[in-house]
Design a protein around this ligand. Structure first.
Ligand SMILES: C[S@@+](CC[C@H](N)C(=O)[O-])C[C@H]1O[C@@H](n2cnc3c(N)ncnc32)[C@H](O)[C@@H]1O
Length: 562
């Protein structure tokens, strides 16, 4: 066996799995499975299947996920740098599929770095609705922000906050909350040997304390009738079924949506809580059976690493909402396909319990106020927010410093940044602006939640980073380019992944490009900012002048392999 498992872990698994233990141990003799998930914000599944550089096999539980053969290095292809796919462990694709996100919803990814599941949620939202993505570790939010930008996400806000502080700013705001919890990581031992080494530092007991707090806070963030998906990559029942049973016991307004045992998913194991933690089981006995409806992903039963997923459904508050959810539930119970959702609902015995999720008078007032403000902002933006018009007129701007102290203060020229921004958009793009235009120092963002809601929070990105004001000019950002498609740019140049030209661009080289290759809208000069594409998919900016494409690909993002 390649992996040396901690003996305490192996003994515990033997006592839990019994006859199945031998089969479980055999899985450690196999290599972990490699996967990628197609980024449907940038390319359709059909288009990707046509140009895919690898032999791929579908991952049964994720419509956009594929296994790639061992030895293939998907990170070393220009398509990876153009954000066409995310390299993701196959089992890790399950939680977001079970969250069943729909375009237009408000979604929170609470423990999000480095952003695998965030980019998956963003693809489900298709740019519509709100995605707030957060991690408590500042260093890890750098990778999170980079992935949000590389994958062309327009409607995300990136935070570096504690769940409690987010709950104060967004009380009962989200339709869906994902908790991909910090955990002891036992399910990753085969994939990452460092997890074996750090297992003792991330002891089950320590993780349980963090998970309890995070789950409890998630309930305060969820809108009535919303859904929480809780996932871990560990086998320990304390972090899985016991955690869910404890949550249900304290929060009777939630119930478990049953995850069907398809695609190799195995049921949760309440019996293990009874066996290992008799005291916990006794305390939570009334709800423990529900945890059978959660899912365990086992490396010996499917092609992926060890994971656990629970779908926690909040009972709707108003009678109208209750009716709505009952309709949705009965639809699920009849077994009809509901797009992207493979959970089903069981009526729990205490279905008649009224909601206990309660907004205080003050919270309700704040929520109403925020919604009114947001509606007004959106109205203003939709009146003046088309690229051809003046963006975000009347919106907050100027001198708002990034809470992390990166803001450098407003541009000091007398030129109105809004006018300069609008002019850039008019001359270079054809896009419909969504959300509020927010000015943090000299940086310009389009934010799906607006600046007011973010006051006082540690904000890494208040929205889609559009560019900077510099010496009275607007300089477009790399994330702006990443999220565009060729029809939205006045000019674009296509580079081929096959002849080395794309890689030379990604390495930061200046390229000689004849004028005829600058594809542009009627009456547009070739000179100026050009969207640079790899086989038709946006990768960054260049500036074209007299046959030379000046490379604007950011130094920190460059292709460094030979
Ligand atoms: C399993 S990882 C998340 C992986 C991520 N969801 C993905 O798909 O790429 C758990 C994350 O939780 C973060 N974390 C730990 N404690 C937290 C807390 N109290 N609040 C928010 N995030 C936390 C860690 O920094 C870590 O990045």
């Amino acid at each position: 066996m390649a992996v040396q498992l901690p003996s305490i872990f192996a003994e515990r698994m033997k006592s839990l799995l019994g006859d199945e233990f031998e089969q479980f141990m055999k899985s450690y003799e196999q290599s972990p499975h490699a996967g990628l998930r197609v980024n449907t914000l940038k390319i359709s599944l059909e288009q990707f299947e046509e140009i895919a550089p690898y032999d791929m096999r579908p991952i049964p539980w994720c419509g956009t996920g594929f296994y790639v053969p061992h030895g293939v290095k998907p990170g070393l292809h220009p398509y990876y740098h153009a954000g066409l796919y995310y390299i993701q462990e196959p089992s890790a694709m399950a939680p977001v599929e079970l969250l069943n996100v729909k375009p237009g919803e408000r979604v929170l990814d609470l423990c999000a770095a480095p952003g695998g599941k965030t980019t998956q949620i963003a693809a489900k939202l298709q740019g519509k609705g709100v995605l707030v993505t957060n991690d408590i570790h500042a260093e890890r939010t750098k990778a999170l922000a980079k992935n949000v930008e590389l994958y062309g996400v327009r409607n995300a806000v990136v935070l570096n906050e504690s769940p409690e502080r987010i709950a104060k700013a967004f009380p009962h705001y989200f339709d869906k909350v994902l908790i991909d919890a910090p955990c002891s990581g036992e399910g990753m031992f085969r994939k990452d040997e460092d997890m074996v080494k750090s297992w003792e530092n991330h002891s089950v007991e320590k993780c349980v304390l963090m998970q309890r707090d995070i789950l409890e806070t998630a309930a305060k963030l969820l809108a009535p009738g919303g859904t929480i998906v809780y996932s871990t990559c560990t086998f320990a029942p304390e972090e899985n079924e016991a955690m869910i049973a404890e949550f249900l016991n304290i929060n009777p307004d939630f119930f478990v949506k049953v995850i069907p045992e398809t695609a190799g998913f195995a049921p949760g194991r309440p019996d293990w809580v009874r066996q290992m933690l008799p005291d916990t089981a006794e305390e939570n006995e009334s709800v423990l059976d529900q945890t059978r409806g959660t899912a365990r992903l086992w490396p010996h039963l499917l092609e992926g690493e060890g994971h656990y997923v629970a779908v926690l459904q909040h009972r709707a508050e108003s009678p109208a909402e209750e009716d709505g959810s009952r309709e949705a539930n009965s639809e699920l119970q009849t077994g009809q396909a509901v797009d992207g959702d493979f959970t089903q609902t069981i009526e729990s015995e205490d279905r008649s319990i009224r909601v206990s999720i309660s907004l205080t008078k003050e919270e309700r007032k704040q929520e109403r106020l925020m919604r009114t403000e947001s509606r007004e902002r959106n109205d203003r933006n939709s009146r003046g927010g088309k690229a051809q018009g003046r963006p975000g007129k009347g919106n907050e701007r100027g001198g708002r410093k990034n809470e992390r102290g990166q803001g450098r203060g407003a541009d000091q020229t007398s030129i109105d940044p809004g006018t300069v921004y609008a002019q850039f958009l008019q001359e270079n793009l054809e896009i419909e602006l969504v959300g509020e235009t927010v000015y943090y120092g000299d940086r310009v963002y389009q934010s799906s939640v607006g600046a007011a809601r973010l006051e006082g929070l540690k904000v890494i990105r208040p929205g889609w980073f559009m560019g900077n004001m510099k010496n009275g000019r607007f300089v477009p950002s790399h994330p702006l380019a990443c999220a565009l498609n060729t029809t939205e740019a006045q000019r674009f140049i296509n580079l081929s992944s096959a002849n080395g030209e794309a890689v030379r661009y990604l390495k930061g080289e200046t390229l000689n490009i004849e004028e005829a290759r600058v594809e542009r809208k009627a009456d547009t000069a070739a000179k100026g900012y050009v969207l640079v594409c790899v086989d038709g998919f946006a990768a960054g900016w260049g500036k074209w002048l007299d046959g030379v494409l000046k490379n604007e690909y950011p130094a920190g993002w460059r292709w460094t392999s030979v």
